[in-house]
Design a protein around this ligand. Structure first.
Ligand SMILES: *Cc1c(COP(=O)(O)O)cnc(C)c1O
Length: 341
């Protein structure tokens, strides 16, 4: 039985066309700024995000952490949502690397309100950390792939600006938000100081992310990347995969979103299964089963549906390039068996 892998959109394998683009990439030493493919990727990313410059980095975690280091000094505070990737999934890097203290606010499916952010900003007071940065996530992973409505995003950013905070956007899945809404990724990114994007999530490249911002910030980001050991030499081999992904795999994200909606509709017909179909905005699906999630995940894995437990009863399924429409139907049949047995 062929396993169908919904654990993450990071599990995709490069397509034959992507592998060819990588194999044939023109390369140079990128630490000297001499890799033409990396340079081209960085230009394209900056254009797409409506920001001046961009930097190619090995991972989304590194892109986010470089941004943290750019905007904050030790003892400073980043205001963010409680479930955000920078707090939950980056190995404690905020404190370990930079001495930054997070203030995590409880969001509604990952989204904050302007009032919440306004109330969170500290006034000048020797007892308090300095609020320096607002960091948002679009789409929001733990929220279930939630898209930030542009007007709400703008309102929250405005509150931060008025208080003198910098703004970072973790856009690991920003192109999912673009495809789901028809709003260009740049509409969100242009409002920020720095935005990160991942090529190795839904876009299907094997490796790589980028951080975009002003020329001055990205120049300093180059130093921080070096400091973190992220300077790569003939990185054009990897950048070619990312470029291919950007040119060929953005529009097709709509298929993943349709697959997630189809899964939601199919699962909502099963007894004891709760899924809020209206909340499936992109490629991520949060499903509540009657059995504890650890037990349910093992049952599903045994039937060839690979998933991650996400909460006591919640399981996350993520659709991506390597899950076809037929795989979705087959998965529904397998999940039905797991629920009914
Ligand atoms: C995956 C992800 C990242 C980056 O992860 P890496 O594995 O380090 O590339 C950052 N933010 C969010 C929201 C993510 O889902």
């Amino acid at each position: 039985m062929r396993p169908i892998d919904f654990r993450s959109d990071t599990v995709t394998k490069p397509t034959p066309a992507m592998r060819r683009a990588m194999a044939e990439a023109e390369v140079g030493d990128d630490v000297y700024g001499e890799d033409p493919t990396v340079n081209r990727l960085e230009e394209r990313v900056a254009e797409r995000l409506g920001l001046e410059a961009a930097l190619f980095v090995p991972s989304g975690t590194q892109a986010n952490q470089i941004a943290m280091g750019l905007h904050c000094r030790p003892g400073d505070e980043v205001i963010t949502e409680l479930g955000s990737h920078i707090v939950q999934y980056e190995g404690g890097a905020l404190s370990a690397l930079w001495g930054i203290q997070p203030q995590g606010l409880p969001g509604a499916h990952g989204l904050l309100t302007p009032e919440q952010v306004a109330a969170a900003v500290r006034s000048e007071n020797i007892h308090a950390p300095r609020s320096k940065l607002l960091s948002l996530e679009n789409t929001h992973n733990r929220g279930g792939g939630t898209v930030w409505p542009l007007e709400r995003f703008r309102a929250v950013v405005e509150v931060a600006r008025k208080a003198g905070l910098a703004v970072h956007l973790d856009g690991a899945r920003l192109f999912n938000a673009q495809v789901a809404t028809g709003t260009p990724a740049s509409s969100w990114a242009k409002l920020t100081d720095t935005t990160s994007v991942c090529f190795s999530k839904g876009l299907g490249a094997p490796v790589g992310s980028a951080l975009a911002g002003s020329k001055a910030l990205i120049q300093e980001a180059r130093r921080l990347r070096k400091r973190l050991g992220g300077g790569m030499r003939q990185a054009g081999l990897l950048a070619a995969g990312a470029l291919h992904a950007l040119e060929h795999h953005v529009e097709r994200l709509a298929e993943d979103h349709a697959h997630a909606r189809r899964l939601a509709a199919g699962l909502s017909e099963l007894p004891g299964v709760k899924v809020e179909a209206a909340r499936v905005e992109t490629n991520i699906l949060l499903v509540e089963f009657a059995r504890p999630s650890g037990e349910m995940a093992s049952r599903l894995n045994a039937l060839g549906v690979l998933v991650n437990a996400f909460g006591p009863y919640t399981i996350r399924l993520v659709c991506h390039m390597d899950v076809s429409a037929a795989d979705v139907e087959e998965s529904l049949a397998r999940i039905r068996r797991a629920v009914e047995s």
